[in-house]
Every structure is written in structure tokens, then in C-alpha cells.
Design a protein around this ligand. Sequence first.
Ligand SMILES: Cc1cc2nc3c(=O)[nH]c(=O)nc-3n(C[C@H](O)[C@H](O)[C@H](O)COP(=O)(O)OP(=O)(O)OC[C@H]3O[C@@H](n4cnc5c(N)ncnc54)[C@H](O)[C@@H]3O)c2cc1C
Length: 366
Amino acid sequence: MQKVDVLVVGAGLAGLHTARLLARRGLDVLVVERRRSLSSGLRTTGIFVRRTLDDFDLPEHLLGPGVRDVLLYPPSRRAPIRLTSDRDEYRVAHLAAVYEHAHRTAESAGAQVRLGVRYAGVANGVVQFGDAEPVAARFIVGADGARSRVARDLGLDRNRRLLVGAEIVHPIAAGASEPAFHCVLDPRVAPGYLGWVIDDGHSAHVGVAGYPQAMRAGVRHLLDTFAADAPGQVTATGPIERRGGPIPVGGLLRRLACPAGLLVGDAAGAVSPLTAGGLDPCLRMSELAAAVVADYLRDGDPRTLRRYDGDGLRTRYRGRLLLRRMLASIRSAAAAEVAVTMLRSRAGRAAAARILFGDGSFPDVR
Ligand SMILES: Cc1cc2nc3c(=O)[nH]c(=O)nc-3n(C[C@H](O)[C@H](O)[C@H](O)COP(=O)(O)OP(=O)(O)OC[C@H]3O[C@@H](n4cnc5c(N)ncnc54)[C@H](O)[C@@H]3O)c2cc1C
């Protein structure tokens, strides 16, 4: 039976980044991913915020043009509030290429990555897969997304509060539009969150996200309804791609680690409860996770794992959890019109700019 120091379940950004950092520390790391190709089954829009681009080395050619303008719309779609930054605040990544890049860098650091292998369970350090040989692992990293099976098997906390997000990606003619991020607050299509349109220089991404129990019409229907009159849309050409999946917004989970393993990324609830952005948090949490795992495997002291403390980190973003509750309480189009009207004031615009252009998308864990 193959033996490894660390088995990472899931080759999303959290899993690949953690694997790379652990392998760089000299550990024997195996990543398993149920998808057969990292370019298929994409879930995310791939909007990276300025803070991530400042702190992590994402190659320039993987990123679309900088976006400085955000337009906030009420349900009527009339008279949006335009907020403009003097810096590039967002860039949409060419996602398939980002995953390929993360895959290559994990492998060049020494990690093995096996695609088309589904984690099926663990007992006494022996991990079972759908139809591959079992592997003995000293430690497991659950990077298997919002509905983590690893979390369940290890008895760790699990995400309970989830939004469901979905989007359509249209190819567009280069230079057809000025890059801008359009956000529509409309509980009829996005109950508890928002509808968005953003372009990455090659494609326009049109999406919605909301609480599943409030999406009685179904996410696909709501997305198609929204797409029919979404703002800032450019004429679609060629085939379209659909993406989507659950987004945990209940905040970082409290119990994230035990002597058998720990959780990173969406599996850990590492998503901003307010903006629902998870790419920055998953990279930051992976750095802390890799440092803690490497120390723990060296000293074998369970107290080392206390440094990976969801409870402690959670307290740093109480404000965002509160704002999430407020966002979730906007149930009618009329209430959303009022909310956007309040944002038109000077104080409202300043608050919106702080959220959209601020430096605090997720607490720094380093
Ligand atoms: C529609 C949508 C749009 C979004 N847009 C943005 C955005 O623009 N910016 C942003 O910051 N965040 C965005 N998010 C959130 C962001 O995508 C996630 O927070 C981030 O991708 C989480 O990365 P991850 O590696 O933790 O999880 P994932 O990317 O979900 O990776 C988990 C991996 O585990 C694999 N896996 C699961 N179970 C098993 C198993 N049993 N065996 C083997 N493999 C398994 C899955 O196939 C998957 O590849 C969006 C989310 C959605 C749904």
C-alpha cells in the first residue's frame, strides 16, 4: 500500500496551494481529485480582488484587464450608483489556466496529483477511493469544497449556511466593452445576495446567487430571467458555458482540525460572509494550514493544531456576519430599492466603497 505524509482531497485552489506549500516543506504529498480534468466542471467566476493580486504571485497572463468601476443597481435597474476607484480593484482570471498553473506548480514542488480519483472514506489512517488502491496517510487535508465529506468523516464542523451561485459565460469580442462590475440587488432573482455582470476581456460573466430555500423558481430559471435583462451586457457570440455551485456564507467553521486532519478553503467555510468571495481566503488559510501541518507532523504534539483555530479567526469578522444577516433580510424588491437609495448618500457611498474597494476581504492569518 502506498504511504504518504499528507493526502489532500480536492484539487481546487485551496487543495493545490496547500499541497504545493507542504511539498515545498519536504513532505510527501498526494492530491486526489474526482474530476478528470481541472479545466472542466469550473464553479467560480474567478474574480480576484486587489489584495490577493498584491500578496500572491498570479502570473499576469492569467488575468483579464483591471476593473475600477462598480455599478450598484436597484431592482428597477434605473439610475445605478457608480463607484470608481483610482486603482485596479478586480481582475477576472482565465480560470482553466489558473488551475493548470496551480497544478503544475504543486507538481514542480514535489506533490503528486491524481485526477479522476474520488475520496470515499477513511479509517485508522487508511483512505479508500472509488476505484483506486487505498493509501495510508499520516494526515488528511480536506479541500473538498463546501459540502466536505472529509469534514464529516473526521467529525469536524460542517457548513450549514450556503448560498447557491450560478453563472453563464458568454464569449465577447475583444474591446467590446469597458471593464466594469455591475451588481444588482434584487431579491426576485438573487434572494440574500446579488446578481452580477463582469467581463474579463474575453468573456462576460452573468450570475446570480441566493439562499436555496428562497429560490423557489430554481437557480437556473432565475439566472435565465436575470440574464435576459442584466445590465451592461454585450451581445453574446458563440457557445456559452455554465458554472455554479454552493457557497458557504456562515463564516469560518470553529472546529477545523483534529489529529487525523484539517480543513481548508470552502470546506473550512473560508469565504467572506458578506461578499461571498472565497478565492482570497482559500489562499490565505492554506498558508496557515501548511505551516501548522508541517509543524504538527514534525513534533506530533496535538497542541500545535490549536494554532489553526477557526474560533479565534471568526471573531475578526463579526461585522461581516452582521452585514450578511442584513443582506439576507432584504426580502422584497421594495426593500432593495430602499437599501440602494440609502447607499446614494455620502455616508452610504463611503460604506459601499469600503466594502467593495477595502483591504479587508478576509482576516490576515499570516
Ligand atoms: C458561481 C460562483 C461564483 C463564484 N465567484 C467567485 C469569485 O468571483 N471570486 C471569489 O473570490 N470567489 C468566488 N466564488 C467562491 C469560490 O469559487 C470558492 O470559495 C473557491 O473556489 C473555493 O476553492 P476550494 O478549493 O476551497 O473549493 P473548490 O474549488 O470547490 O474545490 C474542491 C475540489 O474538491 C473536489 N472534490 C470534492 N469532493 C471530492 C471527493 N470526494 N474526492 C475527490 N475530490 C473531491 C471537487 O471536485 C473540487 O475540485 C464563487 C462561487 C460560485 C459557486
